[in-house]
Design a binder for this molecule. Structure first.
Ligand SMILES: Nc1nc2c(ncn2[C@@H]2O[C@H](COP(=O)(O)OP(=O)(O)OP(=O)(O)O)[C@@H](O)[C@H]2O)c(=O)[nH]1
Ligand SMILES: [Mg+2]
Length: 456
């Protein structure tokens, strides 16, 4: 019994959730984090690594047999191979176990030998989190909400016309249901591609995986006012909506989310700032929604699904900080902190530690100073994606006071008053890594310290 107890005590498992909307940088983050935990030369900000207490790190078969393995080796080969490129988009949940042999610190330091800490990293699409809003809604209230939002968007009018023309009380017609669902899905895709940060559920419509074409994904919001009658289009839409909640949304929260201890939410804040005040406002709303997911009120459907389990640290990380000269990093962080604080207030959030950072999981640029119109500009240089030319990027000066962005965003301004922020896509740079060094990054070690440092 002594052994069993020591085993359980000294082989803790930390489940780290990594999420973010599509293209936020989840795959790159996990790949670089794992590579930098295997080779810790660039991780001085992770205390256990700096103190030399991590004696070994190795990948192990993960404990969940039904979740796809995160394809670390291929992603790393893509990013650090002879012709470096970004990894392919990944569209579902995946997982990886990294085990660390750690010499204890502090009052446990007298214990014999190192102990093992298992880090289970789970990559899942942020769109799936947004489905939480559905759990407490009926088909009718979801349809009304969604239609009133879509009504305001020009690019949704194609779908809206069809939805208005359809008679919910007519007998169910599968061709019509498919047509409506198809148009609705197309709209969701367009909204996402145009940078709508405020993403509209159902999240699985855009990332269907092996559910593609199945009835749980073949429904759409219809203008309905009265209870559904048997055999009608309305009744069938309602049934599929309920089925989506029961068979898609609930299992995700119950089987995956409920087991997460630490969470990082990756956010392409620079893109949102480039897109303007409305995008920044969407982002702030989304962050509050995300916090609600991790700390649900006691009597909600989610709290029952999670059975009391709660995430205790959440990091909001602005990715691609390598697109800014380091003299602007504190400003990007201040903006993220202000957004996080706001989201916390909105979500009436208490209990877990939250932190905001500006990071780059894989640094693709170098810093430079150029002369422009008699001024010296601090910029970054890199090779543009799909090209071979090295270019300099001066994305514009972020304000020192985050309120200069957040206030216009909140008050519904259409564009920034006197500023403009550029974005570019850089390709990963060819690397020649010293033995013991992982890929170059910005503050990935700090992110790791916040997320798992206390467990090592
Ligand atoms: N410069 C730079 N670009 C990055 C970094 N991380 C991600 N990117 C860019 O962001 C894109 C998306 O990164 P991924 O890691 O594939 O994003 P994801 O969240 O896994 O995307 P999906 O799998 O499609 O949901 C990459 O193709 C890069 O262009 C980074 O640290 N630095
Ligand atoms: Mg991915």
């Amino acid at each position: 019994m002594g052994d069993a107890v020591t085993g359980a005590l000294f082989e803790p498992v930390v489940r780290l959730g990594v999420t973010g909307l599509s293209r936020a940088g989840k795959t790159v983050f996990i790949t670089s984090l794992v590579a930098n935990l295997l080779d810790r030369g660039r991780m001085p900000g992770l205390r256990a690594a700096a103190e030399g207490r991590i004696v070994a790190a190795y990948l192990q078969p993960q404990p969940d047999d039904t979740v796809p393995r995160f394809d670390f080796e291929s992603h790393l080969a893509a990013m650090t191979g002879p012709t470096p490129h970004w990894p392919e988009s990944t569209r579902a949940i995946s997982q990886l176990r990294l085990s660390l042999r750690v010499r204890p610190a502090g009052f446990l330091a007298g214990l014999p030998g190192p102990r093992t800490v298992h880090l289970d990293i789970v990559d899942y699409p942020g769109e799936w989190l947004m489905d939480l809003a559905l759990l407490d809604q009926s088909y009718q209230s979801w349809a009304q909400d969604t239609l009133s939002r879509l009504d305001k968007r020009a690019d949704a009018q194609g779908f809206m016309e069809r939805a208005r023309a359809a008679d919910p009380d007519a007998p169910h017609d599968e061709t019509l249901a498919q047509d409506l669902a198809g148009r609705f899905t197309c709209y969701l895709g367009r909204a996402r591609d145009s940078g709508a940060y405020d993403c509209i559920p159902p999240g699985r419509f855009l990332l269907p995986g092996d559910l593609e074409g199945s009835p749980v994904l073949t429904f759409a919001p219809l203008p309905v006012a009265s209870p559904s009658r048997r055999g009608t289009l309305h009744r069938e839409m309602e049934r599929r909506f309920e089925s989506y909640k029961a068979k898609v949304v609930k299992p995700f929260f119950r089987d995956h989310l409920s087991r997460i201890d630490r969470q990082v939410v990756l956010i392409d804040a620079l893109q949102a700032i480039h897109d303007g005040p409305a995008a920044v406002e969407d982002l702030r709303r989304t962050m509050a929604d995300i916090l609600t997911v991790f700390r649900p009120g006691a009597n909600t459907a989610l709290a029952r699904l999670l059975r009391g389990r709660r995430v205790d640290r959440i990091l909001f990380a602005a990715t691609r900080a390598d697109h800014l000269h380091h003299d602007q990093h504190p400003r990007l962080r201040a903006i993220m902190q202000a957004l996080t604080r706001d989201a916390r207030d909105r979500a009436e959030f208490a209990g877990a530690r939250t932190e905001a950072m500006a990071i780059a999981a894989l640094r693709a640029t170098v810093e430079d100073t150029i002369a422009h119109d008699g001024q010296r500009l601090n910029c970054v240089r890199g090779v543009l994606q799909g090209g071979t030319r090295r270019v300099a990027l001066y994305p514009g000066e972020l304000p020192e006071d985050p309120a200069q962005l957040l206030s216009p965003a909140r008050s519904g301004a259409e564009r920034w008053l006197d500023a403009q922020y550029d974005v570019m896509r850089f390709a990963p740079a060819p690397l020649s890594l010293k033995p013991g060094d992982g890929p170059p990054h910005i503050r990935l070690d700090r992110a790791a310290e916040f997320l798992i440092g206390d467990k090592l």
